[in-house]
Design a protein around this ligand. Structure first.
Ligand code: AMP
Ligand code: ZN
Length: 498
């Protein structure tokens, strides 16, 4: 059966999903090639240093996309690679390999550097509740596949060898194909706007890029190849690994928007040259986290690390921010808008996150009425509409705040909800807060806390029963000082973290 027939048979709601495609510069209806399966490839980190918050924004955005596609019933194979070789200091094949350079500086094996930063990256992903991808392949684990790909591109006549290095011939490729297809630029335009960099004398054209680079004797990470000892060019690994795990054509290819002009443009050229097709139907790009309007980047010196944010240990931070407040801050912006980091904006998000989670915490204790004044179905539809509109998480969050207001009103006895609507509200909050947005209560992270809190609340009830108001007030005020609020009502006493 053809892909289109499968798609119609699949499920009704997701036919409304629209995704912005960098290739067409429009939002397109999402039609996977082989539903219910979806193949998604996202360029992963170069593990020569700690991932900064900008990098994390990109992985949070794709985590949202992964989670939503899964939520609406797709079986997603999500491949996110680890770049552990081949990424030079300059993206245009100049300078040293980033990992080799760090290894030399620290007098370590390159694989020690790779291990250290891969482990650190995984720790941060876990703290931010970013789900692991289905496959996380490494460049060094796929050198054979990369050499094979170079051979294919050479055989098709789109690459040339100079003294043990192989370069992709962009001008020759552009005679038959559109090299600038991804960012909508023509070759003349690209040629006039590209600087010629030093150390690239072997290239015939200034847009040509390395597929395989001859290793100097002192180079640490190198492999034998038909062209001598060398190492793969940075763009090659993603073509080789996406081909291997998702096939020559898959659904979504993603990364930060800064990857469009070089890395992804070159990846498309490699794939078209070797197997005749652009690898992905939808090219999805996340916008940048900025600081004072400037892209957060290690080389600009304005980056900070997740751990600095979580501990408050950086001069630009007024205070620490928790991983979930940080995740919430990121999700309050649409993934295609720039997001400027600032203490004020972070503090507002932190408050918003607490408000949302406080309402969420009240859900279990809500009592259904015989009559209903809270119609949840339209709200639920608006949540799906938001996500179906190119994963619009800020609009979704605004709808969830609307749900929170309803929850608070029901809790305060100002709004009635019947059993069916209450159940729908519970499902909605669970699905969108936990499954789709990937948020979690930070107090729930400590499993023993609710038990301890229940015990303290019991002690206070005992004190009140014995008319020992001094003790009961002391408990309430003491808890308030450490950030817990007690709320007394006819039903009893509830607590929440402020
Ligand atoms: P790298 O480790 O430099 O290869 O980058 C890993 C990913 O983070 C890539 O998809 C980049 O596009 C993305 N990235 C880098 N800087 C930022 C930033 N300031 N904001 C959002 N994403 C970024
Ligand atoms: Zn890549």
């Amino acid at each position: 059966m053809g892909g289109a027939d499968n798609f119609i048979k699949f499920a009704p709601m997701e036919q409304n999903l629209f995704v912005y495609n960098t290739l067409s510069r429009t939002k397109e209806q999402f039609k996977p090639l082989n539903p219910p399966h979806v193949g998604m490839y996202v360029c992963g980190p170069t593990v020569y240093s700690d991932a900064h918050m900008g990098n994390c924004r990109t992985y949070i955005s794709f985590d949202l996309i992964f989670r939503y596609l899964t939520h609406i019933g797709y079986k997603v194979r999500y491949v996110r690679n680890i770049t552990d070789a081949g990424h030079l200091e300059g993206d245009a094949d100049v300078g040293e390999d980033k990992i080799s350079k760090k290894a030399k500086l620290q007098q370590l094996e390159p694989m020690e550097i790779v291990q250290k930063y891969t482990t650190g990256f995984h720790d941060v992903m876990r703290q931010l509740n970013i789900l692991p991808p289905s496959i996380e392949p490494t460049a060094t684990g796929h050198v054979i596949e990369q050499i094979e790909l170079v051979k294919e591109i050479l055989a098709k006549g789109y690459a040339y060898e100079v003294d043990g290095s192989i370069y992709f011939d962009v001008e020759k490729y552009n005679k038959k194909q559109d090299y600038g297809i991804l960012n909508g630029r023509n070759l003349e335009d690209l040629l006039t706007n590209t600087r010629t960099l030093g150390g690239q004398d072997d290239k015939r054209g200034k847009l040509d890029f390395a597929l395989w680079i001859k290793a100097k004797p002192e180079h640490l990470m190198k492999w034998p190849s038909p062209w001598g000892v060398g190492f793969p060019g940075w763009h090659l690994e993603c073509s080789a690994m996406s081909n291997k795990y998702l096939g020559h054509k898959f659904d979504i290819h993603g990364g930060g928007i800064d990857l469009v002009p070089t890395h992804h443009t070159n990846e498309i050229a490699q794939n078209v040259a070797s197997c005749g097709q652009n690898p992905a139907t939808y090219w999805v790009h996340t916008n940048m986290l900025t600081v004072n309007g400037q892209k957060m980047s290690k080389s600009l010196g304005n980056s900070f690390l997740p751990n600095e944010l979580f501990t408050g240990n950086n001069k630009i931070l007024n205070k620490p921010y928790s991983p979930m407040a940080t995740r919430f801050f990121m999700l309050q912006a649409h993934y295609r808008s720039t997001l400027d980091f600032g203490n004020e904006a972070m503090e507002a998000s932190e408050k918003g996150f607490k408000r949302l989670m406080n309402a969420f915490g009240l859900l279990d204790g809500l009592k259904a009425s015989a009559t209903n004044e809270a119609d949840i179905a339209p709200l639920r539809q608006r949540c799906y509409d938001a996500m179906n509109d190119d994963f619009n998480s800020p609009v979704l969050i605004a709808e969830l705040f609307e749900a929170s207001r309803m929850i608070n009103s029901v809790h305060d006895g100002k709004l009635k909800i019947d059993e069916a609507n209450l159940q729908m509200l519970r499902d909605l909050m669970n699905q969108f807060i936990l499954d789709v947005l990937g948020l979690k209560s930070e107090i729930a992270a400590n499993d023993d806390l609710p038990k301890v809190m229940d015990m303290i609340v019991e002690l206070r009830i005992d004190a009140k029963r014995n008319s020992d108001y001094a003790t009961s007030d002391k408990i309430r005020d003491g808890l308030q000082k450490v950030g817990f609020q007690l709320k007394d009502s006819k039903e009893g006493t509830t607590w929440n973290k402020m």
